[in-house]
Design a protein around this ligand. Structure first.
Ligand code: PAF
Length: 279
């Protein structure tokens, strides 16, 4: 695997790839790689000549400095995992390679900015669009792969691509889960043994909602889901919403694409998860 830390160098490399007609698939990550990330790499491998992964813990998308501070950075293990997965290229820049000092950014992504995650993590998606815009400009991938686990992130990036006419195709890949149902996440390593048990209420509730969706009206299903989560010790629910998957507005009986999304603090760790109910 080729490893680049300098923007100029990877730009030259991808230019050569383009000149030789190679297609590129891109997986942007913040490292602490797990099977979920590796499944994105696999999906990229199936459809592209060359797969490029980035590892960059992006400071601008953290609204809590303590969260940024404790974000795991196991770079040696990550490189090993990427080598084993057969990834072709890693871009692992320093912050100074991506950002100028006191850089400003704002992209009008409309109400996506303030709904769901936006309400609880103000500014988060500005930071995400800022870094993904830069990474897309540097890597110039044909196709980029993102996980469904951050469903709203995929919508935000897709909105950015549309607004800025960026020549990249986006693919949303399914959530990977541990055998007991917990959605894979780099943050799971912060869960204590107790948190780990309590965290299962999130996927269990999402599954319950999916299985029982037609048995009651949406507000009743949502209220029952909220109660299940609120009854779980050690879990502090931030939101449980059943929405139109195209707008993130509350779903009604006429909505075609329905997604249930949840965010909660389990112990000290914030987790998100979702399930597509119909599409
Ligand atoms: O999903 C993530 O890991 C990050 O938000 C991303 C897309 C790599 C941008 O920093």
């Amino acid at each position: 695997m080729k490893i680049f830390t300098r923007t100029k160098e990877i730009e030259e490399y991808v230019l050569q790839l383009r000149l030789t007609g190679k297609t590129t698939g891109f997986v942007a990550t913040m490292g602490a790689l797990h099977q979920g990330h590796l499944s994105l790499i696999q999906q990229a491998q199936q459809a592209n000549d060359v797969v490029i992964c980035s590892i960059f813990v992006n400071p601008t998308q953290f609204n809590d400095p303590a969260d940024l501070e404790k974000y795991p950075r196991p770079i040696v293990a990550d490189i090993q995992k990427l080598e084993q997965a057969g990834c072709d290229v890693l871009f692992n820049p320093d912050v100074s390679e991506i950002y100028a000092t006191h850089e400003q950014w704002h992209l009008n992504i409309g109400e996506l900015e303030h709904l769901l995650e936006g309400k609880f993590r103000p500014g988060h998606y500005q930071g995400v669009t800022q870094v993904v815009y830069k990474l897309f400009n540097i890597v110039k991938p044909d196709t980029a792969y993102f996980g469904q686990k951050d469903y709203q992130q995929v919508m935000v990036i897709s909105k950015m691509v549309q607004l800025l006419n960026m020549p990249v195709k986006l693919v949303m890949c399914p959530i990977l889960r541990e055998p007991d149902g917990l959605a894979m996440s780099s943050r799971n390593i912060h869960l204590t043994a107790d948190d780990r048990l309590h965290s299962l209420i999130l996927s269990k509730t999402l599954n319950w909602v999916k299985d029982n969706f037609n048995s009651d009206k949406i507000p009743e299903i949502k209220a029952a889901a909220e109660q299940l989560i609120n009854n779980e010790p050690g879990v502090e629910l931030e939101y449980f919403e059943i929405v139109d998957g195209d707008t993130l507005h509350p779903a009604n009986q006429n909505t075609k694409n329905i997604v249930a999304l949840v965010a909660a603090r389990v112990g000290k760790t914030r987790l998100i998860d979702n399930v597509i109910i119909s599409s």
